[in-house]
Design a protein around this ligand. Structure first.
Ligand code: GAF
Length: 382
């Protein structure tokens, strides 16, 4: 049985959301909910190719305090204290678009929700590539579903939150981040097939093996991220079209295309899916240390074939490996954001120092480094 008791840190954040709710509305909220950010252990840019991913939830949460109401009202500790009130859900922009968009997507998906007062508080770093927007969507989704009495299967909920991101916010992402936020379990990585969202929770007890996973937030702003992300998706679709397959998941192992760029994109997706399957097999056999080389190979492929890394991410990965990390890679969409490094617990400090020194020497922003644990997916806190 998964551990379903509220994460104590999620509870703290939810109490801050409740305080913001009380300030804005001078009453208690009906309930508190929280949904986490994520790290993707391996399986990058595979989700929109019907491939395999392997995320775990981080103990950073978006928390919401909410009640049913007569009109929509959105409040956030992100905003400058203002409360946005609106009779309908059309055309909401900025941070509130994630809230309005999620309500819109629920309505569009046959789970009607009426208006609600929602106050949001989150500590998922914005722009860190750790799924701050999916965390908001998923927290709001489970809150509205609860308030309006809908029991929604979590895989369907992930598709609904993705719809909010794709069609309301306008970011053409896959389903990785929303699935991770809604479906991950404490102490596990989730191996998921994005074609049908079938999944397996694989135990991931780093401490028991004397290991640690560092997350290195490079603090580098995303550059041209949206346009580049959409361009990679378009390349994959074109490669699949030329091969005559539904998606690159089905590309024959030794397929070759005339266009060099499409070939490189395809090569990344095919080899990355293979690396996820190998990683899952190693983890099932209980040898986490054995996945290091696969993580590093994933980074090389994302850097050279998929071309979504950045000077900051490469610096972090190279410095971590130079200081003895067992494996390291960028995680998430790329073009800035975060990298991860699998290390012997005893050498975590040395690797962290090396990563920071390398950034300083190259004149890059000072990265923020922390030790990850596999936390709990979205849940009602109170
Ligand atoms: C971003 C997207 F939101 C995900 O859907 C996924 O494609 C990821 O980049 C790359 O694996 O986080």
């Amino acid at each position: 049985m998964p551990d379903l008791s509220p994460d104590p840190h999620a509870l703290e954040l939810a109490e801050a959301a409740a305080a913001a709710f009380r300030d804005a509305h001078l009453e208690e909220p009906e309930g508190l909910w929280a949904a986490p950010g994520r790290v993707n252990l391996i399986g990058e840019h595979t989700d929109y190719n019907d491939g395999f991913v392997m995320p775990f939830a981080l103990p950073f949460y978006a928390a919401v305090a909410a009640s049913k109401a007569d009109e929509w009202s959105f409040h956030s500790t992100y905003g400058n204290g203002e409360t946005l009130r609106t009779a309908d859900l059309d055309g909401v922009e900025g941070w509130a678009a994630y809230l309005a968009g999620t309500a819109w997507a629920l309505n569009e998906s046959g789970h009607p929700v009426g208006p609600a007062k929602i106050a949001l508080h989150s500590d998922v770093p914005v722009g860190g590539g750790l799924s701050s927007s999916a965390a908001i969507e998923c927290a709001v989704l489970i809150a509205l579903a609860d308030l309006y009495g809908h029991e929604i299967d979590r895989a369907e909920a992930a598709r609904i939150a993705q719809k909010a991101e794709n069609e309301y916010v306008g970011a053409p992402t896959g389903v990785l981040d929303q699935s991770a936020s809604l479906l991950c379990e404490t102490g596990h990585v989730m191996f998921m097939d994005c074609r049908d969202l079938s999944r397996e929770q694989v135990p991931f007890d780093l401490a028991a093996e004397g290991l640690a996973m560092l997350v290195i937030d490079t603090q580098a702003p995303h550059r041209h991220a949206d346009g580049e992300y959409a361009a990679r998706r378009a390349d994959c679709e074109e490669a699949a079209r030329q091969l005559g397959v539904a998606s690159l998941r089905d590309a024959p192992r030794h397929a070759k295309l005339d266009d060099d760029q499409l070939n490189k994109r395809m090569h990344h997706v095919v080899t990355e899916n293979d690396r996820v399957l190998k990683t899952a097999a190693i983890l099932r056999s209980g040898r986490i240390a054995g996945i290091g080389e696969l993580l590093t190979a994933s980074h090389t492929s994302l850097r050279d074939d998929y071309e979504v890394s950045s000077v900051e991410l490469d610096s972090a990965v190279d410095a971590a490996l130079g200081a003895g990390a067992l494996g390291a890679r960028m995680t998430g969409g790329g073009f800035g954001g975060s990298a991860i490094a699998l290390v012997e617990a005893a050498s975590a400090g040395k690797v962290e120092d090396a990563v920071i020194a390398a950034a300083a020497q190259a004149g890059l922003p000072v990265p923020r480094v922390f030790v990850a644990r596999a936390a709990q997916g979205a849940h009602r806190v109170k």
